[in-house]
Design a protein around this ligand. Structure first.
Ligand code: UT7
Length: 321
C-alpha cells in the first residue's frame, strides 16, 4: 500500500481536575496570570493508582471502537511517552498485554517528549507503507504531573495528564502525506528532567527544569519552519491548510505559530484551556477532540506540528478521512 490513513481516534483524561484557583491556594500564583500567559484554565491529574498505560488503555479502546476494529486486528503499537510506567519494559508492551493482544506483533515506545507523537506517527506510517504492518495503534500517553515540583510556579502550572490514540491503517489513498523530523541535542539544557536511577537512588533532580523564555522563542520558530517544510515538500501552501493541529503547550505559542503561517485562529484546534500541556498526548487528544466535534471533513488537509525537549520537533501533513 502506498499510504497509511487515520481510521479512528480516542482520548482519555483522568477524572481529577485541578483548576488555576485550586493551585493558587498553595502556590503564589493566580488564575489571571496563568490564563493570560498560557491560556490554561485547568489540568487533569492521574490518580495514584493510574499508570501511563492505564490512560493509554482507555484512549486505545476508544480509538479501536471508533475504527470498528478488534484489539487483535492491531499488528503494531507505538507509544510516545516520556513518563513510562517503569524503566522497562516499554509502556507499549504493557499496553499490548492490557489490551489482551497476544498475536506476537511489535510494540515499542518512542521518546521525543512533547514532539513524541509526531515521531511515533512518522515511524508507524513508514512501517505501514513498507509493508511491516497493516493496522497500527499510535498512542501519546503521559503522566507529566508526576515530574512536577508543585512548589515551582514557573513550571507546575503548565502541565497535565492524559492520553490520545489513533488507528492508522494501510491504504491506497492518503492519509499521511509526509512527516519531517528534527532534533538539536545541544539545546537539551533549556528544558529537561535530569534525574536518573543510579545505585538504587534517584541521582540529580527528578523534576522539570525549564528556561521558559528560551523554550518559547525556539518553539515558535521551529513549529512554523517544520510546517512550511512539510507544505513545500508536498507542493502546498499555508492557504491549503484546513486545520492546524499544533502541540498544545500554551495558547501564546499556538497563536504566534498560526500567525507566522498566516493560518486564521478559527482553523486552529485548541484544547489547552481544559487540558494544559499533556506532552506527547496533546496532538492525539486534539485530533480526537476535532474528530468528535465534527470539525474535520473527508479530504481536508491537517497540519500537525510539535516541539519539545531535546530539542526535538517536526510536522506531519495528513488528509482526513
Ligand atoms: O513543550 C514546551 C513546554 N514549555 C512551554 O510551553 C513554556 C514556554 N514558555 C512560556 O510559555 C513562558 O515563558 C511562561 C508562561 C513559562 C512564562 O511566561 P513569561 O512571560 O516568560 O514570564 P517570566 O518567566 O518572564 O516571568 C515573569 C514573572 C516573574 O516574576 P518577576 O521575576 O518578574 O517578579 C516570575 O517569577 O512572572 C513570575 N511567574 C509567575 N507569577 C505567577 C512565573 N510563573 C508564575 C506563575 N504565577 N505561575
Amino acid at each position: 500500500m502506498k499510504y497509511s490513513r487515520i481510521i479512528g481516534t480516542g482520548g482519555y483524561l483522568p477524572e481529577k481536575v485541578v483548576t488555576n484557583d485550586d493551585l493558587s491556594k498553595t502556590l503564589d500564583t493566580n488564575d489571571e496570570w496563568i490564563r493570560t500567559r498560557t491560556g490554561i484554565r485547568q489540568r487533569h491529574v492521574a490518580s495514584p493508582e493510574q499508570d501511563t498505560s492505564d490512560l493509554a488503555l482507555i484512549a486505545s479502546q476508544r480509538a479501536l471502537a471508533s475504527a470498528g476494529l478488534a484489539a487483535d486486528d492491531i499488528d503494531l503499537i507505538v507509544v510516545a511517552t516520556t513518563t513510562p510506567d517503569m524503566v522497562f519494559p516499554s509502556t507499549a508492551c504493557v499496553l499490548q498485554d492490557k489490551l489482551g493482544i497476544n498475536n506476537g506483533s511489535a510494540a515499542f515506545d518512542v521518546q521525543a517528549v512533547c514532539s513524541g507523537f509526531i515521531f511515533a506517527l512518522a515511524t508507524a506510517d513508514r512501517m505501514i507503507v513498507s509493508g511491516m504492518a497493516k493496522n497500527a495503534l499510535v498512542v501519546g500517553a503521559e503522566t507529566m504531573t508526576r515530574t512536577l515540583d508543585w512548589t515551582d510556579r514557573g513550571t507546575c502550572v503548565l502541565f497535565g495528564d492524559g492520553a490520545g490514540a489513533l488507528v492508522l491503517q494501510a491504504s491506497e489513498t492518503p492519509g499521511v502525506l509526509s512527516s519531517h523530523l528534527h532534533s538539536e541535542g545541544r539545546q537539551r539544557h533549556i528544558l529537561n528532567v535530569p534525574g536518573q536511577i543510579r545505585d538504587g537512588k534517584i541521582y540529580r533532580s527528578p523534576f522539570v527544569y525549564m528556561d521558559g523564555g528560551a523554550v518559547f522563542r525556539f518553539a515558535v520558530r521551529v513549529l512554523a519552519e517544520s510546517t512550511e517544510e512539510a507544505l513545500a515538500h508536498n507542493g502546498l501552501q499555508s492557504a491549503d491548510i484546513d486545520w492546524l493541529v499544533p502541540h498544545q503547550a500554551n495558547s501564546r505559542i499556538m497563536d504566534a505559530t498560526a500567525k507566522k503561517l498566516s493560518v486564521p485562529p478559527e482553523k486552529v484546534i485548541s484544547t489547552v484551556a481544559g487540558q494544559a500541556n499533556t506532552s506527547a498526548a496533546s496532538i492525539p487528544l486534539a485530533l480526537d477532540y476535532g474528530a468528535r466535534q465534527g470539525c474535520f471533513k473527508p479530504g481536508q488537509l491537517l497540519a500537525l506540528t510539535a516541539v519539545g525537549s531535546g530539542f526535538a520537533w517536526g510536522a506531519s501533513l495528513v488528509r482526513w478521512g
